[in-house]
Design a binder for this molecule. Structure first.
Ligand code: 5GP
Length: 187
């Protein structure tokens, strides 16, 4: 059986990565990795579905146990990809999607060079700012930090294999579908 492929999707906070991936998964088969984090849950977020929410101690304990494929700090919180399911799903021939930030993407690419890196952008930085503010889940300071981080993240685009602009969700989803299909057909 052909192994599944690993796809990493990154992009500034507020560009709509999760929306695109969730729309993609409605029509397509892939395993979306559930990350671990030490940030507080947003309203409606459920432990084990959106994230595994851990304390700093719990997260650091898992680092020591080598539980993560990668981890990084973003906005003073830890974020990490649990290793456990990834190899299993790839061996079953299932594509795996990680929605992670740029430092983590770099680590994954170093460890697993076959990984396909996709960067999602909003039509403009003004739009990114609007979307972060509209979400209403961050403090003013956190919004400013996320916005600053967005500029640093954009500098990393040359390390990525593809860029998708999320102007209209349905067309961004089509682009993601096309990328995944093409990558699966690669010789
Ligand atoms: P948020 O707090 O908005 O859910 O996520 C903040 C950033 O962390 C986003 O760019 C998100 O993609 C990224 N992120 C989520 N999970 C992981 C992970 O497991 N590892 C890394 N490195 N970044 C992650």
């Amino acid at each position: 059986m052909k192994k599944g492929k690993l796809f990493v999707i990154s992009g500034p906070s507020g560009v709509g990565k999760d929306t695109i991936v969730n729309e993609y998964l409605k029509e397509n088969d892939a395993h979306l990795s559930v990350s671990a984090t030490t940030r507080n849950p947003r309203e409606g977020e459920i432990h084990g579905i959106h994230y595994y929410f851990y304390t700093n101690e719990e997260f650091e304990d898992r680092i020591k146990k080598d539980d993560f494929l990668e981890y990084a700090t973003y906005n003073n919180c830890y974020y990490g990809t649990p290793k456990s399911k990834i190899e299993e799903k790839l061996n079953e021939g299932i594509n795996v999607i990680l929605v992670i930030e740029v430092q983590g993407a770099k680590i994954v690419k170093e460890k697993l060079p076959e990984t396909v890196l996709i960067f999602v952008l909003a039509p403009s930085m003004e739009e990114v700012k609007k979307r972060i503010i509209a979400r209403g889940s961050e403090t003013k300071e956190q919004i400013i930090t996320r916005f600053k981080t967005a500029y640093q993240e954009i500098n990393e685009i040359p390390k990525y294999n593809y860029v998708v602009i999320n102007d209209i969700v349905s067309s961004a989803v089509k682009k993601i579908e096309s990328i995944l299909i093409s990558e699966k057909c690669r010789v």
